[in-house]
Structures are given as C-alpha cells and as structure tokens.
Design a binder for this molecule. Structure first.
Ligand SMILES: C[S@@+](CC[C@H](N)C(=O)[O-])C[C@H]1O[C@@H](n2cnc3c(N)ncnc32)[C@H](O)[C@@H]1O
Length: 269
C-alpha cells in the first residue's frame, strides 16, 4: 500500500487523543510524520484510509492507545548522550554522595535504556558494588522491552568509553556477532517500570538525581508544568534534576536552581 493522506480533522482527532493521554503536543507540522509512523499500523489492521483508523481508534481507544503511543513517541537515544552530564555525575557522586547510605538515580523517560546503563556504568565506577540503584521508566512498552533485555546493535557501542565497554559489555559471538549485551552485574542494579509522567507517579521512592532529558521538548507549557509537578516531589532536597542542553526550565518551576557551570543541571532548593 502506498502512503495515504490524512485530513485535518483526522489529524486533529489523533493528536487530541495522544495529547489527552500523554501530554505530547503534535503541531500541524507533524502531520506527515504521523502518516509515516502510522502506515505500518494501518497495514497491520488491513485498513487503507485514516478515516477507517480514526473510527477504529475512537471505538477501541483503550486497546489501541498503547500502539498509538508506541508509534508516535520519538525514542531516539544513545549511550553517553551529552557526555558533560556524565562527567558531572561522576564528580558529584564523589563530592556529595559518598557518605549516603544509598544512591538512587531515576531516568524518567529512558527510552530503550541507553541512558540508564550509561548512568549505571558511572555509578559502578564510583561506588563499585555499594548500595546504589538506577531506575528507568518510559511510557512506551516497546522501548521498555528493549531496555530490559539490554541487548544492542554493536554500532551503538561507539560512544561507550573503552574501559567501560570492556568491563560492562559482552560482545556477541556467532549468530549474535552483530550485537552486545550489558553484563549481568550491571543489569542487576537497574530496574525498569512503565510510568506516564502526565499521570500521578506510583510509589517508587525518592531520588538523589533525576534525568529527564530530551522529553520536555515534546510537551507544551501546561504539560511541562504537570510533568514537573508530578516528578519533582520525588527528588530529594539538594538533589539534582538534569534536562537536555537544548531544554530550559525557565518559567516552569520555582523549586529548582540552575547550576552556575551547567545551564541544563538544576538543584532542588
Ligand atoms: C527522545 S526520548 C529521550 C530518551 C533519553 N532520555 C535521552 O535523552 O536520550 C523521549 C522519551 O520520552 C518518552 N515519553 C514521552 N512522553 C512521555 C510521558 N508522558 N511519560 C513518560 N515517558 C514519555 C518517549 O516514549 C521517549 O522514549
């Protein structure tokens, strides 16, 4: 089936459903992206128009919603993305957290887990087998499944520092030669759970550092505020909140103070 077109009304229905459930805002400019990403789903449902798909999702919202979320979320990520944050993390653990009985870090929209395992490698270097834990969550089942498996195509290892690669990753052999796996010792220290940041957060405890990077950009102002309202109570006082270099929290919350040297790292006051 060739690509099919979407009317403004059909696009509005799909974007309103996604917004209501996740807070993700799809401007009109994303129309063709929506068509592109949903074509496979239409094919699987043996539908040849968005009119049929919209009727279907309106009648089966509960069951089709997860598929819509899985298809329309942008899950791009990679190991040691924005490496300055990992340098900061290593320094901060040594400076502020060495005397903590436990260090807990949350990657609050972790996609397929690369961010979680990058954090875990830094923690393991600083605290070895000590009492630490990295918690990863996302709204998409598909990426969480990949994150739990901890198996990645070998090309994805290029950003992992060499010494970490040797220590924490296992290169696949024979039929698995194009991939690598995160080793068991590291995987034992991480946990993954499905969490929608637009809803009330389940009881997952308090954290010393929360990473919420490259996610707020998909939200409008109201959703950004809701997500922070939900997430920030779980950050300990004097704990750190980290967003992407391209994101800003100006005008969204008064509970955080920007760090002098890093405009994307905030401290809870
Ligand atoms: C671009 S990825 C960012 C991954 C990683 N944090 C990084 O910076 O590389 C954005 C992630 O946010 C997730 N996401 C979007 N809306 C969400 C919501 N309301 N609750 C939880 N996760 C959400 C998406 O599923 C996606 O995996």
């Amino acid at each position: 089936m060739n690509s099919v077109s979407i009317s403004q009304k059909e696009f509005n229905t799909i974007s309103a459903l996604l917004y209501k459930k996740t807070g993700i805002f799809l401007p009109n400019a994303k129309k063709y992206l929506v068509v592109h990403r949903l074509m496979k789903r239409l094919r699987a449902l043996k539908m040849d128009s968005f009119r049929q798909y919209v009727e279907y999702i309106e009648g089966n919202t509960a069951s089709e919603m997860q598929s819509l979320i899985d298809n329309l979320t942008t899950n791009e990520t990679f190991f040691f993305r924005e490496e300055k944050h990992f340098e900061f993390l290593g320094k901060t653990i040594k400076k502020d957290f060495m005397s903590n009985s436990t260090v807990r870090i949350w990657s609050a929209a972790c996609s397929s887990g690369e961010e979680v395992y990058s954090i875990a490698m830094v923690l393991s270097e600083c605290l070895d087998h000590g009492n630490w834990e990295v918690f990863g969550s996302d709204i998409s089942d598909i990426v969480l499944d990949k994150a739990r498996k901890g198996i990645y195509p070998i090309e994805r290892s290029s950003n992992i520092p060499r010494q970490y690669l040797k220590k924490y990753c296992l290169k696949g052999v024979r039929s698995k030669s194009g991939e690598f796996t995160i080793n068991n010792n590291l995987r034992k220290k991480v946990r993954f759970l499905k969490i929608n940041l637009y809803n009330e957060i389940p009881n997952i405890g308090m954290f010393d550092v929360i990473f919420l990077r490259n996610t707020l950009i998909y939200f409008d102002m109201e959703t950004k505020k809701t997500a922070l309202y939900n997430v920030l109570p779980l950050l300990k006082r004097n704990g750190y909140f980290i967003v992407s270099h391209t994101e800003s929290l100006v005008g969204i919350t008064n509970d955080l103070e920007m760090q002098k040297k890093y405009s994307s790292i905030y401290c809870k006051t």
